[in-house]
Design a protein around this ligand. Structure first.
Ligand SMILES: O=c1[nH]cnc2c1ncn2[C@@H]1O[C@H](CO)[C@@H](O)[C@H]1O
Ligand SMILES: [Zn+2]
Length: 388
């Protein structure tokens, strides 16, 4: 389908467009200045840099290694400064504020409570601190004229053995700010089936979960996440491309797993910039998101780790706009896909789509239309006698 709105959206339009974020790590999105300040306040002395600008550069460069394992090493420092109630509250509040200022209207932000216990907090205290921070961030954003709603996803680390416990924690908080569950961490060597008990528990509870799969490791990981574990969504899932053949004449053949993913409308939480850093994709132009969008997979655009990738939702869309010439219609398509795939109840998702997302894009498109009319009719403009 060709778009009516051919012009590339400007950076300002991209920022103002309502966006929905399903895959963002709380411990991957701190402001560099906050990392530095929290390190000072909490006595964390292992930071590689103390100047915020240098620290921001350090995170991006250290994460830009081409390997997921190396990428993940940088989280020792963010988790290192997120060990007190006040630190967790602050990071969560700033996360909601930053996303809202970037035009995100709905976000599911994930973190692993088990990584925040070194100074004596309990798992419950960690979740409560983050929830309170999100509420505070939503409130501050509202004061600044930005509306956002943030839900938490509780992550269990795939190399550890606490998945069932974290799944129970997520279930206990399900009507109190936590909308689902996830597993993350190094993929190779840690198949999701190690945590079957957690997934089976959540299914019995009619709860929702996503699984990081098909990022550093290919189809077997995606297949396990879906067919053994029953994931509602795929964190990344980008390697589904390995089951799609494009012939020289451009014709496309989907294998059984890719067909299943597309037929069942399984959401893919794609994170382009993160994939470039971990080596899962070589360039934006070669990123599978272009093909997956054309083939109408349930593709969504995400940040993964705003600090380590030096990115934002607007930056991710700006890269896609310049690479694939996406328009406001394409942005709306990704955004509606994401909202449909959120873990909040159906009626609330629908209300977000109809009352927030569609009107937001309609407004941007109508501005486009008037600007275009104004620039397309020089005669009308020139012939007026206004100047006289
Ligand atoms: O792209 C990723 N793939 C796998 N694991 C990740 C990725 N980004 C972050 N984490 C892991 O998730 C934990 C909880 O937020 C982080 O501490 C990090 O270890
Ligand atoms: Zn991730």
């Amino acid at each position: 389908m060709t778009s009516e709105y051919h012009d590339r959206p400007t950076p300002e339009q991209i920022r103002r467009a309502p966006k929905v974020l399903l895959h963002d790590h709380l411990d991957g999105g701190l402001r560099p200045a906050t990392v530095a300040e929290l390190a000072r306040e909490t006595g964390y002395d292992a930071l590689p840099e103390s100047d915020p600008r240098k620290l921001g550069d350090w995170f991006r460069e250290a994460a830009d290694s081409g390997s997921l394992e190396r990428y993940l090493e940088t989280f020792a420092h963010t988790c290192g400064v997120m060990q007190t109630r006040d630190a967790l509250f602050r990071v969560a509040a700033e996360c909601a504020e930053d996303l809202a200022a970037d035009g995100v209207v709905y976000a599911e932000v994930r973190y692993a409570p088990e990584q925040h216990l070194t100074r004596g907090l309990t798992l419950e205290q960690v979740v409560e601190a983050v929830n309170e921070g999100f509420r505070e961030g939503e409130r501050r954003a509202g004061e600044n004229g930005h509306r956002i709603r943030v839900g938490a996803l509780l992550t269990a680390m795939r190399h550890a053995a606490r998945a069932l416990e974290i799944a129970e924690l997520a279930n206990g908080f399900r009507d109190r700010g936590v909308v689902g569950f996830d597993i993350a961490g190094a993929e190779a060597g840690y198949p999701p089936t190690r945590h079957l008990d957690a997934f089976e528990y959540l299914k019995r509870e009619n709860n929702h979960f996503t699984i990081h799969a098909g990022e550093a490791f290919g189809l077997p990981s995606i297949w396990q996440a879906l067919q053994w574990c029953g994931a509602d969504r795929l964190g990344h899932g980008v390697r589904i491309i390995d089951d799609i053949q494009v012939a020289d004449d451009g014709s496309v053949t989907l294998g059984r797993l890719a067909s299943y993913v597309r037929d069942k409308r399984i959401p893919l939480e794609l994170c382009p910039t993160s994939n470039l850093q971990t080596g899962a994709a070589r360039s934006y132009a070669e990123h599978p998101i272009g093909l997956l969008r054309r083939l109408q997979f349930r593709a969504t655009v995400n940040t993964d780790n705003r600090l380590m990738s030096g990115t934002s939702m607007s930056d991710e869309f700006a890269h896609l706009v310049s690479t694939f010439h996406y328009t406001l219609d394409d942005m709306q398509w990704f955004t509606v896909n994401a909202m449909k795939s959120a873990f909040i109840p159906f009626d609330e998702r629908l209300a977000m789509i109809n009352d927030v997302i569609k009107p937001g894009y309609a407004e941007l498109k109508s501005e486009w239309l008037f600007r275009r009319m104004a620039s397309a009719s020089p005669v009308t403009r020139g012939s007026g006698a206004e100047g006289k």
